[in-house]
Ligand binder design. Sequence first.
Ligand SMILES: C[C@H](O)[C@H](O)[C@H]1CNC2=NC(N)=NC(=O)C2=N1
Length: 146
Amino acid sequence: MGERRQVAHGSLLGTGNADPPASLDDRLDGSTLRRAILRPWRLCRKKDPSMTAPLDDPTRTTALATLPAWSLVPGRDALTRTLTFKDFNEAFGFMARVALIAEKQEHHPEWTNIYNTVHLTLSTHDAGGLTHKDITLAQAIDRLAG
Ligand SMILES: C[C@H](O)[C@H](O)[C@H]1CNC2=NC(N)=NC(=O)C2=N1
């Protein structure tokens, strides 16, 4: 039991060292810090701040004109679109493709799936409303949907 815990610990930290750390200090070596703090920080930092700034009115009007299939959500600064597919397989395949794009863009939809229907809502949580990230994701989803 003790040995299993040691192995799990070593592989979790990726150190290849089966010995558990004796104290917190021992865990704060350079490579562990990089893994635990820097990688998530790099993933989360906003590469281009203008992408996550709330859209000003003229930009919003121009951007929304490129997205006729999307509607504004009443009472919330968000966009919504519902897509219907032949069956669950098609719907879920579409969601898988959207998920890959969302990961790449580090921007994720709120969505539900009921059999062959996918309801999507886009909004930038960090900004509390629509930003260029939502417009870019909506355009990519439109291209996928054909
Ligand atoms: C760290 C990470 O990039 C951020 O938390 C991203 C993840 N995906 C996101 N998706 C959406 N829709 N809004 C966000 O603010 C958001 N933030």
